[in-house]
Design a protein around this ligand. Structure first.
Ligand code: AP5
Length: 216
């Protein structure tokens, strides 16, 4: 299983990425985590990107692409599955990632879009700020991250819809319910992935699922 998570800050990329990785026994490649680890270890790369992270700005494309290419090669050696969390963030990254993945014969099966309202995302991240100490979880920086998401990242959703690999989920529901819907959808798709060529696939919208069963 090869999954990309494309979602705003606080929507649950890290939370659901870990669930998917554990369920399918695949590596969880989280670009934000990898970058924060470099900052914590004060590596050369960490010193280079620290200010970008602190301000909520995107790190230059070539830095994240190199990092992800390395992680994808390791994932290939581990069996070829992956859940990639936090990448791509713009169309340049999406297209470059596609080229890298094609070279490795590991293009994504699913681009998972977690949908949630800005007010809820801000509430979640401020709640996390009270418990953990991520430098970018201040209200100003959270708003900057959200603005960048809407302006630069969200438009790539259409690119994945066009490729027929987009699966949209309502991430306003409790964690366990979001996880259940994601895993059910991925398990249902799994047997088809090797038989349905990408050009015959269509986007899947699960955002009405909760309401359809009286949860809305
Ligand atoms: P990154 O680490 O990717 O941060 P982000 O996108 O801002 O997302 P978060 O980690 O804040 O949220 P999440 O969606 O993972 O949600 P989570 O599960 O943690 O990136 C950080 C920075 O790195 C970027 O700003 C940029 O500088 C740089 N960067 C990274 N990738 C890059 C790239 N490709 N290109 C350039 N720069 C890049 O959940 C959040 C909170 O909500 C948690 O407390 C959780 O418990 C809670 N929660 C989750 N789901 C639910 C739910 N359903 N209901 C209630 N609470 C929930």
């Amino acid at each position: 299983m090869r999954v990309l998570l494309v979602a705003p800050p606080g929507a649950g990329k890290g939370t659901q990425g870990a669930v998917i990785a554990a369920h399918f026994n695949i590596p969880h490649i989280a670009t934000g985590e990898l970058l924060r680890d470099h900052v914590a270890r004060q590596t050369e790369l960490g010193l280079l990107v620290r200010q970008h992270l602190d301000r909520g700005d995107l790190v230059p494309d070539e830095i994240v692409l190199d990092m992800v290419a390395e992680a994808m090669i390791a994932a290939k050696e581990g069996g070829g599955g992956y859940v990639l969390d936090g990448m791509p963030r713009n169309l340049t990254q999406a297209q470059a990632l596609y080229r890298i993945a094609r070279t490795l014969d590991m293009t994504a099966d699913v681009a998972l879009h977690l949908q949630a309202d800005d007010d809820e995302l801000i509430r979640r991240l401020l709640a996390r700020a009270a418990l953990e100490h991520r430098a970018d979880d201040t209200e100003d920086v959270i708003r900057r991250r959200l603005a960048l998401y809407h302006e630069i990242t969200h438009p790539i959703i259409d690119w994945y819809a066009g490729r027929g690999i987009l699966v949209s989920v309502d991430a306003m529901q409790p964690v366990e319910r979001v996880a259940r819907q994601i895993l059910t959808a991925l398990e249902a798709m799994r047997p088809l992935l090797d038989h349905v060529p990408e050009h015959l696939r269509r986007p899947v919208d699960l955002t009405g699922l909760g309401a359809a069963f009286g949860d809305g």
